[in-house]
Design a protein around this ligand. Structure first.
Ligand SMILES: [Zn+2]
Length: 605
């Protein structure tokens, strides 16, 4: 009782704290600058202000203070106050006794990305970490942002609550402020309700190729599906910031998401052909819906049910967690699964999306080098700092995590004889650990054991802490699936395995951009950046590579003329027939009725 009373007093004290107030203006939006006035409570001889160096969910130090210029400080009467930089992202202001300190600065905003800032003549898309300087130690104060729109812009919108007017936004604390992007401009905004809650799809860049109302109806189906799965919607309103700006990526927030899209995505209902080579795919509707599904699922998984390390955030330093396989990977597992459950894709499309992820995992040599928990822990120096050797040394926690999610789901279903699933484990984890608590890796594993009614400890240890190959047998058997027997490249002539990836960066030239460890070219001494010029004395052109190698038999070797730093040399490449394993999933023709029933139960058919 005493603890509760003390807590209540603390809460009312915090609520009474003076807010930090911002006014954001765009006097010359075509120059990509915004201007911020920040009014912060002082009451001491000097105050220290800071700007975040990273954005939660995007694990890289970005140094947002780089984009700040023309920093000035003054008191309420306009008297200038002295200040100095004390760190790359900190400013110390002498208050001269002022009760509040006003600082003004400009921010250069020309980065269309999940965590960047964008301002142009037509609109602004603002991410908090890149914008708002605040008092050191003021994280728990309330925050207020007033957006002053240029005359031709129609409105602003955010996941935050409105204050005094429709362009003033309120956050309970600094976490909420940084978790709430703000859009200002004139984009079509499609409004819909699910479970009595308001949702907004902000389609900046919506043109004739993008059917706005239809896209909002599709998004509503995804919302309804997840509401059913999680048992309701834990927010008052939710905003989908859909930047149709030939950009990509997505970032989760509690009450909103930032998504990048191509203007051609929603109109293209064709999936990429099954045997399409790896590389960038044509943007498609299912690709975009998959992004919506992924980012929206995060409002539970990672924003409200989070690894214990991911909050409260230290915005000036890296934070480390082993649980991104769950936060990101399991979210990636549900992306295509929920689209199928919502009736937006076919069974074949759902299986194909999962098979592609399995193929990505099994074709990445780094899966045998780095366990997925380590890949998560190293996100700051790994996944977010890739180079041409990364796929040889590490595996993405998105990819392996999604496959672990697929196998874990089947495992729980089998252990509980179909009574329970990963959905149930996530719901129980949500009940226990959502909100301020967060979960440890051990706690999440214990929840799964409890729901499955079985001890999965050694399986978890192998899948998450080692580089042992994952075993698909149990999952395939449970649902009556199999990997299709034929080569992924179809029934054509066998291709030659080189291990060479060539880049598109130099059109018309064959320049090696990646070499897979343990392959003939890797072992023969080929290097990244080598340019391939001729095979056995005959010129080979970009469009003839690698098909030229099909003229040789397995067991032969060829002389490959290359240019390395402009120097010509010849390397011997052994010809080895490629027998890639097939990771295409299909329903077994001899699947039993029981297996078919389980498959339907999983995909909600
Ligand atoms: Zn994600």
């Amino acid at each position: 009782m005493r603890i509760l009373l003390a807590f209540a007093l603390f809460v009312s004290f915090a609520a009474a704290q003076e807010p930090v107030r911002y006014t954001v203006r765009f006097p010359q939006p075509h120059t990509h600058y915004l201007e911020v006035n920040a009014s912060v409570p002082a009451g001491k001889p000097s105050v220290e202000l800071f700007m975040a160096v990273w954005t939660p969910g995007s694990y890289l130090v970005r140094e947002y203070a780089r984009s700040v210029e023309d920093f000035k400080a003054h008191d309420a009467q306009g008297r200038e106050l002295a200040w100095e930089k004390t760190r790359k992202n900190r400013w110390k202001v002498q208050t001269a006794g002022a009760a509040r300190v006003e600082v003004n600065y400009k921010v250069y905003a020309h980065e269309m990305s999940v965590q960047g800032n964008w301002v142009d003549a037509g609109f602004a898309m603002l991410n908090g970490a890149a914008n708002f300087v605040t008092l050191v130690g003021a994280e728990k104060r309330p925050y207020e942002v007033k957006i002053e729109l240029p005359p031709t812009w129609k409105k602003s919108i955010s996941g935050m609550k409105n204050g005094a007017d429709s362009n003033t936004w309120l956050a309970a604390d600094f976490d909420e402020l940084l978790d709430s992007p703000i859009y200002a401009g004139s984009a079509p905004i499609h409004e819909f309700e699910v479970d009595g809650k308001k949702h907004y799809l902000v389609n900046e860049g919506e043109g004739p190729m993008w059917d706005g109302p239809a896209s909002a109806r599709d998004v509503a189906k995804i919302v309804a599906e997840y509401s059913r799965q999680w048992g309701g919607l834990p927010y008052d309103k939710y905003v989908f910031f859909n930047m149709i700006t030939e950009s990509g990526g997505g970032l989760e927030h509690k009450n909103s998401t930032w998504m990048g899209a191509s203007r051609w995505a929603y109109g293209n209902t064709q999936d990429a052909p099954e045997n399409a080579p790896a590389g960038p795919r044509r943007p498609s509707r299912n690709g975009w819906l998959g992004l919506v599904s992924h980012e929206y699922f995060h409002l539970w998984n990672v924003k409200r049910l989070r690894p214990v390390e991911l909050g409260p955030f230290d915005y000036e330093n890296e934070v480390y967690t082993r649980s991104l396989w769950l936060a990101e990977g399991v979210t990636s597992y549900y992306g295509p699964l929920a689209l199928r459950r919502a009736g937006l894709t076919t069974q074949a499309q759902a299986l194909r999306a999962m098979a592609q992820t399995i193929g990505q995992l099994q074709n990445t040599a780094g899966r045998l080098v780095t366990p997925v928990e380590s890949s998560s822990y190293n996100a700051w120096i790994g996944l977010y700092r890739p180079n041409e050797n990364s796929s040889n040394t590490t595996i993405s926690y998105y990819t392996k995590g999604a496959v672990v999610g697929l196998l874990l789901d089947a495992k729980i279903r089998k252990a509980s004889n179909g009574a329970k699933s990963l959905d149930d484990a996530l719901k129980l984890a949500f009940q226990r650990y959502s909100g301020a608590r967060g979960y440890t890796p051990e706690q999440f594993r214990a929840v799964c054991n409890e729901v499955a009614g079985a001890d999965l400890s050694s399986w978890f240890k192998n899948a998450l802490e080692t580089t042992e190959e994952l075993d698909y047998k149990e999952m395939l058997e449970w649902y009556g699936l199999r990997f299709r027997g034929e080569s992924q490249r179809g029934a054509g002539a066998p291709r030659i395995l080189t291990g060479i990836t060539t880049g598109a960066a130099t059109p018309g030239r064959i320049v090696i951009s990646g070499l897979r460890r343990g392959t003939p070219a890797y072992d023969a001494g080929f290097n990244v950046d080598d340019e391939i010029l001729a095979v056995n004395g005959i010129r080979v052109r970009a469009e003839q590579w690698p098909a030229r190698l099909d003229n040789y038999k397995s067991g032969d070797s060829v002389e490959v003329l290359i240019a390395r730093r402009e120097q010509l040399m010849t390397l011997k490449l052994p010809i080895t027939a490629d027998k890639p394993a097939s990771w295409n999933l299909e329903v077994r023709p001899d699947a039993t009725e029981e297996q078919k029933t389980r498959l339907k139960a999983w995909l909600h058919e």
